[in-house]
Write a protein that binds this ligand. Structure first.
Ligand SMILES: NC(=O)c1ccc[n+]([C@@H]2O[C@H](COP(=O)([O-])OP(=O)(O)OC[C@H]3O[C@@H](n4cnc5c(N)ncnc54)[C@H](O)[C@@H]3O)[C@@H](O)[C@H]2O)c1
Length: 269
């Protein structure tokens, strides 16, 4: 069977870990040349080496996505080395950590710098090339909590909400040019990010029990497959789309499942 991303070139920010690592490896298996873009150089190198050991093509680009010049350099380097950019998947993100060394205002600023400005800079860094090609796929990573919170996390969730608005704005603007912009909204994913949530992994067990109809957190590959879908021909007629990916979290809660359970009502037949 033909590989889904044969001869394509994909940049994956946050590619050194979690969903980004799984996406980089899956895209390479599907024939893409992959740029693993991350500020964790050692982990990014491990991911790129694993791709190369498996017969794929990968390179590392070390950057902090909150640095606009670095995002532009990432796109330029990719074009210099591989000649084109077919896909950009933006995962690089900062969690809501309650870091006591930062004031709330500093946390707000830093979270937006990485989670929103970083995505914005990366998108605009690749757009000129995609416009020249008259093709391209951008996938932005939000969070189910942006519009369906299960805990309060103001700076984090609002930064993700801005990413969803950016998805729609960009998609509207560049759709006539053959460029697709879509967004995934993860619920919970077992990754280092998840382990670093306040209170650690276990503290989210009640959230899983109450808020996730499938009763489990996701694995990085669950999200990588959605990125692949969006960047493949299967999604050719979709743009500006924001998809919950959370075992029903977000989609089903919106219909009041938790409220019914909280009220002690009988769960169906
Ligand atoms: N894990 C979850 O439960 C969950 C839930 C909802 C949304 N998300 C979102 O999914 C995305 C990926 O999360 P994950 O679980 O794979 O996390 P992860 O911690 O496993 O990976 C994130 C990667 O981003 C990199 N990174 C962070 N800040 C960066 C910066 N400024 N510049 C460059 N690289 C940077 C890190 O080095 C890391 O390799 C994030 O945007 C996160 O907000 C995660």
């Amino acid at each position: 069977m033909e590989k889904m991303l044969k001869d394509q070139v994909a940049i994956i920010t946050g590619g050194a870990s979690g969903m980004g690592e799984a996406t980089a490896k899956l895209f390479a298996e599907e024939g893409a040349k992959v740029v693993v873009a991350d500020y964790n150089e050692a982990n990014a190198k491990k991911v790129a080496d694993a791709i190369k050991d498996a017969g794929g093509v990968a390179r590392v680009f070390v950057l902090d996505v909150s640095d606009e010049a670095a995002c532009n350099a990432m796109a330029e380097e990719t074009i210099r080395e591989f000649g084109r950019i077919d896909a950009l998947v933006c995962y690089a993100g900062r969690t809501f950590d309650g870091d006591p060394t930062m004031t709330p205002a500093e946390r707000l600023k830093r979270t937006f710098e990485i989670n929103y400005y970083g995505v914005y800079y990366c998108c605009f860094a690749v757009l000129d090339q995609m416009k020249k090609q008259k093709s391209g796929n951008i996938v932005i990573c939000s969070s189910s909590g942006a519009f369906s919170p299960c805990i309060p996390a103001y700076e984090y969730h609002t930064s993700k909400g801005a990413c969803e608005s950016l998805t729609v704005q960009l998609a509207f603007d560049v759709a006539p040019l053959g460029i697709h912009v879509n967004c995934m909204k993860p619920g919970l994913c077992i990754s280092p990010f998840y382990d670093e949530l306040p209170g650690g992994t276990g503290s989210f067990d009640p959230v899983i029990a109450k808020e996730i109809p499938m009763k489990r957190a996701g694995y990085p590959i669950d999200f990588a497959r959605i990125a692949l879908f969006y960047c493949s021909e299967l999604a050719n007629y979709i743009t500006g789309h924001c998809m919950y990916v959370g075992g029903g979290m977000g989609d089903i809660k919106a219909h009041g499942q938790s409220a019914l359970l909280d009220a002690g009502l009988p769960a169906g037949r």
